[in-house]
Each structure stands twice: as C-alpha cells, then as structure tokens.
Design a protein around this ligand. Sequence first.
Ligand code: ZN
Length: 494
Amino acid sequence: MNKITVLILSIFILFSCKNSDLLISLENGLVIENARIISPENQTLSSASYIVIDGDDIVFIGIYKPNLKGTFKTVDAKGKYIIPGLIDSHVHVTVTDALSDKEELENPEIVKSFRNQLPKSYLYFGYTTLIDLGAANPDRLVDFQKMEIRPELYYAGGGAVIGNGYGLSNWKDEVPNFVYQENEAYPFPDNYVKENHTPQAVAKRIAESGAIVLKTYYEPGFDPTQPRFPTPSQTLMSNLKREAHKNNLVLAVHGNSLEAHRFLAEAEVDVVAHGLWNWGSHRLDSTMVLPKEIKDVLDAEIKGKVGYMPTLQVINGLRELTDSNYLNDSELEHVLPNELITYYKANTNIMYANVFGNAPKNSIATNFNRISEQGKLSMKYMHDNGGKLLFGTDTPSSPTYGNPPGYNGYLEMLEMESAGIPLNKILAMATIENAKAFKLENLYGTVEQGKKANLLILNKNPFQDITAYNDISQVIVHGNLINRSAFSAKAMEE
Ligand SMILES: [Zn+2]
C-alpha cells in the first residue's frame, strides 16, 4: 500500500468506527456517565464522556457509550467533576502516629480506633495514594495493606540514616538501614558488619524490601545550643544517589534549613522532602523580601530540577499547639475518633510543654507565624521561577494533633492557595507531578485509559474553587465507588 491509500483507509476507519460498535465485556465493572473530566496534565475540562472501569483499571474513556456486557454498575456524574485521586508524597503512617510512644502504651483503645480510621481519613479528603517517607515499620505496613478499603501505600523501606546522625541518635535505635560515614570521629560499633552499611548494600536492601524511595537526612539539629548531628558529605550523598538510581529508587532527602537546601541543591538530589523555611541568620521582616542568599539556593534547586515539597503544615501544625481553640474545628470529627479528640482536649498543655517546654505561647505563635510566612515565600519563588514543586504534607511531622490525617492535606492546599499558587498548579502537584517524580505515572496521576481506577467525583470545579477538595461526592478507590460520608469518623460512631 502506498502512503495515500493508508491515509484514506485510516480516515475511513476513523469515521466508521464509532465507540458504539465497540464491545467491552466487564467482570466487575463501573460505568460513569456524563463524566466531565479535569485533566491535570493539559489543564482542560472535557465535555461529558463515559468512563468504563473493570476491576481496578480504567478500560475505556470516550464520548460515545460503548456496548457493554457482563456485570457492571452505572453512576451518573451529571453536573459533577472527575479528577484523579490525590497523591500525598510525604506521610508517615507506619511509625509516627497520633500520640507519643508512651501515650500509645497507656491508651491502647484510642490507638486501635485511630489506626482503624487512618486509611478512611485519607480517603475522606481524596488521597488515594500515599508515600510513607519514614523508616517504615514492616509489621505496620502489613497491617495497613490488610485493610480492605485503603489508599495505595508506597514507602521508603527503612530509610538510610547516617550513622549517629538525625534519626539515629544512638546505636540502640533499631534502624537496620543506616549508612556508615567513613572518617567520622566515632567508632563503628562492633555488633554490626561494616560491609552491610555501605550505600551499595543499603540501597540494594531498600529496593529488595519493595520500597520505591531511598530516604535520607541532612539535619545538623534543631537546637543550636546542642552539638551538631553528623551530616552526610557530598561524596556520600553522590554515592547514595548513584546507588539509589541503580536500584530504580528515588532519592528523597530531609532538609529544611538554608544550609541543608544549599547542600542538597549542590548534590542535585531528586527530592528535598521539606520547604526552605529555616532561613538561618535571616529573618523575614515587614518588607516581605526574600533575601538574596535564599534566592540563590532556590535558583540552584530550580536549575538542578530538584523536586521541592513545601510541607507548610509542619510549621502550621506546631503553631496550632499554641491555639487551644484548634481542637474545636468540626472538620476534625471526620478524621479523628471522638475519644482521641477528647484525649487531646484534656492534654493540650502537656502536649505543648512536650514540644516547647515553658516558652510563652504568644512568642512561639509569633515566631511560627514568621517561619510559616518564610516557607510560603520560598514556595512562591519556586513556583514563579519554574521550580519543580511536589505535593507532600509530612503528616504527621510529630505525634501531636497539629497534622490530622487527610485533613492536613486539605489545609496544605488552602495555605498554598493563600500564598498565591494557582489552582491548576495545586491539582497538578497533587496528581501528575507527584506521579512523575515518584515514577508512578503509568498507574496514577491522570484520568486515562490504562491507569488505575482511583478517581474523585467532586461537586465543584477545583480549577475555580479550592473548597472543591472538601466537597467530594464520591471516591473511587481500586475501582470501588464509595460515598465520601462513609469514610467519616462520625459514620463509625453512628
Ligand atoms: Zn517526614
């Protein structure tokens, strides 16, 4: 056949083969009619179409209804908006919980109901994919995966903690994947085999555990009056990056200070897991100007295409410890069991003292407001200058009530919007940008044939109104269509 014949033939096929000629057999199907799809990748809203799901796969999208046979349910999405399920790429669901270790031992019933509610709380706010960026606890991972309805959970598999550094402040900690940094002043402990703690060995083990991320830390410490924690050298970081990539792992690194971001920009790591809110010796003043030294580091991250998670809620969540009224927010009743809210209310002063000692509340609030503004300004600069922003909340950053599961993501979005990030960008960050950064774009991040059936049916258009994320009609997770209200902690109690 010559080229012309092929062209005529393909035009003929294109016009003759309407979807109504297509026959799809479904085993466990779900058909969404009148689906107006919002696509985060090209920022468009489609006219009404049909989405056909079988099992947990999207098998068809088109403007004509195909012929369907087999078993399926139908849902009419007229007047509603379909978006991909949201991805929070920085959570802790297997180690850090709602309470400190000691409090958990004392309150086993509260812990049980919290853990039971946890996956539902994420789904209540539309998070169908989570990435646990801590040193994941294998038993808790198994428990979470056993839940029938849950978000998809990916993890960082044990983390790669620098020996004697942040996260492994003494050798008694049971973190198997620590990396030994040569030439440090402290001795390598006798009870470990040195060869098992090289970047090569650790990256290989993390990959074999099923993790998708190698998480490590650049944290000299939070208290300047204390001696510094050891931090990785550039050589060690570049070895970790090489070994992570060899094992198809994404290198994500904790860091939130000017010093850490400068180091991580130079190392061109894949992802920095926090925003740059700790400006070192700089203080944001009423001029609201970003200091040149901060700009230079952010520019280096933009140039190096380093993924940047603003994690604004880390600071805001700590600040909430100064506000006793916070626990009266009625949204909390959807994501936390009632007995946990009651426990928090009875212990606000103890929780505050555990974090801030006897520092006066008003000075902590003022300070954290400033640090929060610093984080927002850094994020806005990244956005305005083509930085690679990713959506991650660090929920919870500490075992307090300041970062409630699911709701914390919504609060993060509200903060982003108030800082001037456009709505289409917020959706892209929490879907396709996260999917790409963590190599999950074949599965999630857009509403497309061939991807997983994790979708949200919203009552409002999220390109017009940020509160659309708190106005979810139904959640489709692993192909199951579930009314949002079923995920509320209140539903459990009724
Ligand atoms: Zn974290």
